[in-house]
Write a protein that binds this ligand. Structure first.
Ligand code: FES
Length: 112
C-alpha cells in the first residue's frame, strides 16, 4: 500500500449532522469533528463567544434536542445546568442532529 493509500483510509469523514437554531432560525451542517460554534461560524452565523475553550460561558445556549459530546472533561457548567440542557457550543460536538436555543430567545439563562 502506498503512503497516499494509507492517508486516504485514515481520513474517514466524520458523521455530518444538522444543527438548527430555535426558534425559527437557520440550520447549518454540524460535523462531529468540529465544535458547534465553529460549524455555525463556517455557515456565516455570528453567535456570542469569547474564549472558545469552555471557560467564559459567553456562548452558553440550551440544547433543546439531540446529543453532544465535549472536547474537555469539565466545561464551565454546573451539573444542574448540564441536567437542565445548557451547553457550551465552543467545545461541544454534535453526536446527532441538534436543536439549539441561545439566551436571547430563552430568558432563563442561569446566573453564576
Ligand atoms: S466562548 Fe467561552 S465558554 Fe464558549
Amino acid at each position: 500500500m502506498t503512503a497516499a493509500g494509507r492517508a486516504t483510509q485514515s481520513e474517514t469523514p466524520a458523521p455530518a449532522f444538522t444543527a438548527h437554531v430555535d426558534p425559527g432560525g437557520p440550520s447549518f451542517p454540524a460535523s462531529s469533528d468540529e465544535p458547534l460554534l465553529q460549524a455555525a461560524a463556517r455557515a456565516g452565523l455570528d453567535l456570542p463567544s469569547s474564549c472558545r475553550n469552555g471557560t467564559c460561558r459567553s456562548c452558553i445556549c440550551r440544547l433543546v434536542r439531540g446529543r453532544i459530546r465535549y472536547d474537555i472533561e469539565w466545561p464551565g457548567l454546573l451539573p444542574e445546568e448540564k441536567a437542565d440542557g445548557w451547553i457550551l457550543p465552543c467545545v461541544a460536538h454534535a453526536e446527532s442532529d441538534v436543536v439549539l436555543r441561545w439566551a436571547a430567545a430563552d430568558q432563563s439563562l442561569p446566573v453564576v
